[in-house]
Design a protein around this ligand. Structure first.
Ligand code: HGY
Ligand code: MN
Ligand code: MN
Length: 412
């Protein structure tokens, strides 16, 4: 029986963390950036050194294959993976764990001389964090990209996807060519840190994901009138920032009061224009994000918060624009994959509980084209998307062992 190496897993995770590593700890490794492209080259080298086939598709997804070098419905692949891009000032485990543990599993199988009935592969999906477009690489792979929007896709600081990809040697217009043939993936399972505290607080070793939240992102733009911040009487000001602030506070109350109890919302990007201390803001832009495991709840909240934005604008003599940025549907995980994860935990004597993922993942795109599931390991203090994201190394190794067991069961 193949066995993962905890020391090799740790060594690769610690090496990967140095690409975009920050002096005080944590990582900034945005997709297509120089640190990300250096990490890509390193990963391709590790895949080859592990005795696997390595390739990259037109959407920039990196693959390692055992018994395959492509996706072909004649020989469906059991696939694992995650992402090597990070949020700004993020942690070393979000995404990286699923890629490196997947590589570790395939290498362990290769070294053991075991030949599963189905080929195995591991993926590092492009731009999972959505600096330019949410879950970009796995959307392309699953045929879910809105091709017409590629030319307009950009980061919130205005860098176009087309330019970022060109800088890294990719042609954005070719990304849709990454679409895998129907039936080419027999199953997908992704290992990820929970990024929340439920497993740790419950003393449970493994999470078996039942559903992954849907995520909606909308750019909300309030228009007022730029004016002199000293000479304009307070009662004559049409301050766009105050409209945005009023909306943000009231939208948060609405989501908490009228959501499902699992609904969340965030305003992580705020831009004021012209952006000088002595000018009354003429324009204020928010990126408004909402999440819930149920599509109908998200739809209802989207309608209500859109109506709220108009009400706030009217009340302040402003106008408001709502520009949808991305919408990812909630994704139920496959009962077959969930059963395989449960069986792996039983075989390995590990405690396991079902839960929903409050974070978005590439697995929710794979769930549109194959049986998909996720394995979670505890995050210390539930910390993630922050430089002090951490997990116990023994937990990470246990997660890799469950992943290996699950992959082999799905590849029989
Ligand atoms: O934002 C998320 O849920 C994920 O970490 N990309
Ligand atoms: Mn993340
Ligand atoms: Mn992630």
């Amino acid at each position: 029986m193949p066995a993962v190496s905890g020391s090799r897993l740790r060594a690769r995770l610690e090496r990967l963390a140095r690409f975009g590593g920050l002096p005080g700890g944590g990582v900034t490794r945005s997709c297509w950036s120089p640190p990300h492209e250096e990490a890509r080259a390193w990963l391709l080298g590790e895949i080859r050194a592990a005795g696997l086939q390595a390739w990259v598709d037109p959407a920039g997804n990196v693959f390692g294959g055992l018994g395959t070098a492509t996706f072909d419905q004649a020989r469906p692949v059991v696939l694992t993976g995650s992402h090597i891009d990070t949020v700004p000032e993020g942690g070393m485990l979000d995404g990286a764990l699923g890629v490196i543990a997947g590589l570790e599993c395939l290498q362990a199988v290769h070294e053991s001389g075991t030949a599963p009935a189905r080929p195995l592969a591991v993926a590092a999906w492009s731009d999972e964090e959505g600096r330019y477009g949410s879950l970009f690489g796995s959307r392309a792979f699953c045929g879910l990209l809105d091709t017409a929007r590629i030319p307009e896709m950009a980061s919130v600081d205005g860098e176009r996807l087309v330019d970022a990809m060109a800088r890294a040697g990719f042609e954005a217009a070719r990304a849709p060519e990454a679409r895998a043939p129907a039936g080419a993936v027999a199953a997908y399972v992704e290992l990820h840190i929970e990024q929340g505290a439920r497993l740790e607080e419950g003393g449970v070793q493994i999470g078996n994901v039942e559903v992954i939240v849907g995520v909606r992102r909308t750019r909300v733009v309030f228009h007022g009138q730029a004016d002199h911040a000293g000479t304009t009487p307070m009662e004559r000001r049409r301050d766009a920032f105050l409209g945005a602030a009023d909306f943000a506070l009231r939208a948060r109350e609405l989501v908490v009061a009228e959501g499902s109890g699992r609904s969340v919302t965030n305003f992580g990007v705020v831009q004021v224009h012209p952006g000088a201390s002595n000018i009354v803001p003429g324009r204020a832009e928010l990126v408004h994000e909402m999440r819930d495991p149920e599509a109908a709840v998200l739809e209802a909240l989207a309608r209500k918060t859109a109506a709220l934005a108009q009400e706030v604008a009217r009340g302040r003599a402003l106008s408001v624009e709502l520009r949808p940025m991305s919408a990812t549907l909630p994704a139920p995980c496959s009962p077959r994959v969930q059963a395989a994860v449960d069986d792996a935990c039983t075989a390995l004597g590990l405690s396991c509980r079902r839960l929903y993922s409050a974070a978005g993942h590439d697995a929710q795109n794979l769930a549109q084209v194959t049986d998909a599931g996720m394995v979670f390991v505890p995050s210390q203090g539930g910390r993630s998307h922050r430089v002090d994201e951490s997990s116990d190394w023994a937990d990470l190794e246990r997660g890799a062992r469950v992943l290996l067991h699950t992959l082999l069961a799905l590849a029989r």
